[in-house]
Design a protein around this ligand. Structure first.
Ligand SMILES: Nc1ncnc2c1ncn2[C@@H]1O[C@H](COP(=O)(O)OP(=O)(O)OP(=O)(O)O)[C@@H](O)[C@H]1O
Ligand code: SF4
Ligand SMILES: [Mg+2]
Length: 368
């Protein structure tokens, strides 16, 4: 096995992003596992990435690849046991969140770092009026009380486009539609003026029109406030419209990281390539066939030796089954964890194998 490269994102700076600014958040070599009756589930295995001031970073990857576990670990929202974090640091503005006391963490959570969950009902209390839920955060993080806190709550509902906020502030969550509840949750996340927002599938449960409105709203608020954001989504169209940089995860690891245009234009990891080929693209050639990703991700109770993507990879080499590829910069600074350098969907110079990598490479075109 090769040794992990130390903090490749930090070492490489910000590909395509100009001079590196001090990151708002720096996650380094994070490992998260769950103790279960069947053994440990190794959900996050050495994840390293940064979020810079004012940027929108997308976290993408198949279901179960560790996106939510990573984001919940940042805010220390997972119960221990069964969760264990055996290794890693999560620095927010320099402080390692994993080492803060529970009291210090409560001040960060919902204050400077806020989160929007996929299902509003997981973070809204069904027994409390939405106004009270907002004023709790306002009292704790902004120090306002009574009428001033209520006025701020009404203002927060107005900002997220809730009609009649003066009356809706007294509604219970079940009295609101799904779209309204999602807006309330966004209002709760934003009311304290966070400088980092983590949005985990914030619009998946909503219909397309409401989805577009909510994304517009998040984009506008982000621009106005200069807030940084981690956006977790399955929807690559949303990534293209909202984000500046993308981190691609597979089986608990980052396999590629790139500025959004570079990633869509020239994916450097076979999994990213497969992901892009599996979804419709407006910019794709007419008649291009969608190509589902065959096979399943590995069981995280028994992480495979070598590259986790090997059983599904059309470019696989012998060494992929015995050695682990780590995230490293290409010659031009693009980060990918793969032994076969790709350029526009084709192997450039496969290490340890003949050019084109034989039949496994068949069909690999630059169709993305
Ligand atoms: N409490 C738990 N106990 C055991 N395994 C868990 C636990 N919570 C999460 N996992 C596992 O950790 C892995 C990563 O889960 P995670 O929720 O981060 O996936 P995800 O990338 O967010 O997927 P999705 O796109 O479906 O939301 C999955 O295999 C999941 O089954
Ligand atoms: S070429 Fe090898 S290292 Fe790269 S993704 Fe495929 S199996 Fe993994
Ligand atoms: Mg998830």
């Amino acid at each position: 096995m090769t040794t992990p490269a130390p903090s490749p994102a930090a070492a490489a700076g910000a590909p395509g992003q100009g001079p590196a600014l001090a990151p708002v958040l720096a996650v380094d070599d994070l490992h998260v596992r769950f103790r279960t009756d069947d053994g440990h589930v190794h959900a996050v295995n050495g994840v390293t990435f940064e979020v810079r001031p004012g940027e929108s970073l997308a976290l993408v990857g198949e279901s179960g690849c560790g996106k939510s576990v990573t984001s919940m670990t940042i805010l220390r929202l997972l119960p221990s046991p069964p969760t264990e974090v055996p290794k890693g640091t999560i620095r927010y503005r320099g402080d390692d969140l994993l080492r803060l006391s529970n009291r210090q963490m409560r001040r960060v959570r919902g204050g400077k770092v806020a989160m929007i969950f996929q299902d509003p009902m997981t973070s809204l209390n069904p027994f409390l009026r939405v106004g009270r839920q907002l004023t709790e955060a306002i009292e704790l993080h902004l120090g306002l009380r009574g009428a001033a806190a209520r006025a701020r709550a009404v203002e927060a509902l107005r900002e997220v486009g809730i009609p009649g906020p003066e009356t809706r502030v007294d509604a219970y969550p079940h009295e609101l539609s799904g779209g309204m509840r999602q807006r309330v949750m966004i209002a709760m996340a934003l009311v304290t003026g966070p400088d980092l927002l983590i949005a985990d599938e914030p619009t998946t449960a909503l219909d397309v029109t409401i989805q577009a409105q909510i994304l517009d709203l998040m984009r506008r608020l982000q621009r106005e406030r200069g807030m940084s954001m981690i956006l977790i989504t399955h929807d690559l169209a949303v990534v293209a419209g909202m984000c500046t940089r993308v981190v691609v995860m597979y089986a608990g690891r980052i396999v590629e990281e790139a500025p959004v245009d570079d990633l869509f234009d020239d994916p450097r990891h076979p999994y990213t390539l497969a992901l892009l080929e599996s979804v419709p693209r407006l910019d794709a050639a007419l008649g291009r066939r969608l190509r589902p990703i065959e096979g399943l991700p590995p069981k995280l109770t028994e992480p495979p030796v070598g590259c986790s993507f090997a059983p599904r990879c059309r470019f696989v080499l012998d060494r992929c089954r015995t050695e682990t590829p780590w995230l490293e910069p290409d010659a031009d600074g693009r980060l990918r964890a793969c032994f076969v350098p790709l350029r526009r969907g084709r192997p450039l110079a496969p290490a340890g194998g003949p050019a084109g990598a034989g039949p496994a490479a068949e069909g690999a075109g630059g169709s993305t």
